[in-house]
Design a protein around this ligand. Structure first.
Ligand SMILES: Cc1ncc(COP(=O)(O)O)c(C=O)c1O
Length: 407
């Protein structure tokens, strides 16, 4: 009975170059982004400049978290209390939370078997909404050409939640570059790790001038290197409230070397994803998620479906895999656990039931895939899942086999 012993929550260490950069910031004592020596450029300003260059965006702002980035994008667009904001039924709590934080009303749009937003449901619910907060949840990217055509035709502005798609593309174009604004997270489990942190990109000078002012720029916006020119601030500087959420130089220093290494890390993530995917091929009862050819995804987790399984059978799979060291999360659990809440968990934003979406959510099994796992680890994890899914599928819902390990 093989058993996996790795930790699903263990990220790689912060690279030595990033630690050295962080030490330099701490030794300087100048952690606040606007606290610079004469002629010094703040780490936060450099990070913004480099992230803008890496994504091809004209402007970038570094902020305190991904959730703050999303709420700030909504504020910059002038979303008002009571406005309807479309978003995914399959996403995580910070997304509807950002919408609720500005007093707006989340309108949840269904999910497909490909784990992306259902464009038919989006069209059906679009009436009366001005903004779509599109979550590329768990790195699954919908047909962005079709989505943008649909939204453009209805005058709906798109904010992309790229918390799980840093460096990912659709049809060769980066996520975050399709909508009016792209929001990223650098929280520990994301593609770059600063503990907490967020980044906003856009080509729109008025939107980005507002985000800079909203984040709390103390009239020092001229210290930004990836912000619009001073003229863009002229009419906004006294009318835009300060809702502090800046990124500090310490986090920015940790992130800059990680950004330089992002393409290599993304390739490593995808190798791990492909290893698990290959190991689960033709597992009876298990549906793998089809990845369209146009999708240049960047994995950091793995999902599969146990479609139309009973709750008891799904619980048996999770328990049996857990007993063998493989930690699975279930989006169908009646109570939200850890990161797995879903649209009907957010009772502050009531929604009519969505039976087709409920069927998918009920079957979604989710697993982290940190870079600390080797390819052999991934193959072993897949073997364990395959064995336990197959056993339960064939009718064995007995308690997990806890036979001591042979090794
Ligand atoms: C889908 C999604 N969007 C947005 C966020 C927000 O990021 P943060 O935790 O940095 O606020 C997260 C974070 O977990 C997320 O998973």
């Amino acid at each position: 009975m093989e058993r996996f012993t790795g930790s699903f929550t263990q990220q790689e260490p912060i690279p030595d170059t990033a630690i050295a950069a962080a030490l330099r910031v701490m030794q300087s004592g100048r952690l606040h982004r606007y606290n610079t020596a004469p002629d010094e450029i703040a780490e936060a300003a450099l990070l913004e400049e480099e992230f803008a260059a890496a994504t091809g965006a004209r402007y970038c702002l570094a902020v305190a978290s991904g959730g703050y980035a999303l709420a700030t994008a909504l504020r910059a667009m002038g979303v008002q209390p009571g406005d309807r904001v479309l978003t995914n039924a399959f996403t995580l709590a910070p997304v509807p939370g950002a919408i609720a934080s500005v007093g707006a009303v989340p309108v949840f749009v269904g999910v497909t078997e490909g784990l992306v937003i259902d464009l038919d449901d989006l069209a059906a619910k679009a009436e009366g909404a001005r903004v779509l907060m599109l979550s590329h949840m768990r790195g699954h990217i919908c047909d962005m050409g079709a989505l943008m055509r649909l939204c453009d035709a209805r005058g709906i502005t798109v904010i992309e939640d790229c918390a799980h798609t840093m460096g990912a593309t659709w049809d060769g174009q980066l996520t975050g570059r399709w909508g009016a604004m792209g929001c990223f997270s650098t929280q520990t489990y994301k593609h770059m790790n600063s503990g907490e942190g967020g980044l906003i990109i856009s080509d729109d000078p008025a939107l980005m001038a507002r985000t800079v002012l909203l984040s709390g720029s103390y009239m020092l916006y001229n210290r930004h290197r990836a912000a619009p020119p001073a003229e863009a601030f002229a009419d906004l500087r006294l009318t835009t409230p300060n809702i502090s959420g800046r990124m500090d130089n310490l986090r920015a220093a940790i992130l800059r070397p990680q950004l330089a290494d992002l393409p290599r890390q993304c390739a490593r993530w995808n190798e791990r994803y492909r290893a698990v995917e290959a190991g689960l091929a033709e597992t009876p009862g298990l549906t793998r998620i089809q990845r369209p050819a146009a999708e240049g995804f960047v994995a950091s987790s793995f999902q599969f479906l146990l479609l139309d399984w009973t709750p008891e059978a799904i619980r048996a799979v999770i328990a049996r895999c857990g007993a063998r060291g493989v930690e699975l999360k279930w989006f169908g659990a009646p109570e939200p656990v850890a990161f797995t809440s879903r649209y009907d968990s957010w009772t502050y934003a009531p929604s009519a039931p969505m039976p087709a979406t409920d069927r998918i959510l009920h079957g979604i099994i989710d697993m982290r895939l940190p870079l600390t796992f080797s390819l052999e680890d991934c193959a072993q994890i897949a073997r364990i899942i395959r064995a336990e899914v197959s056993a339960v599928f064939q009718g064995d819902t007995s308690a997990p086999d806890l036979t001591p390990r042979a090794d």
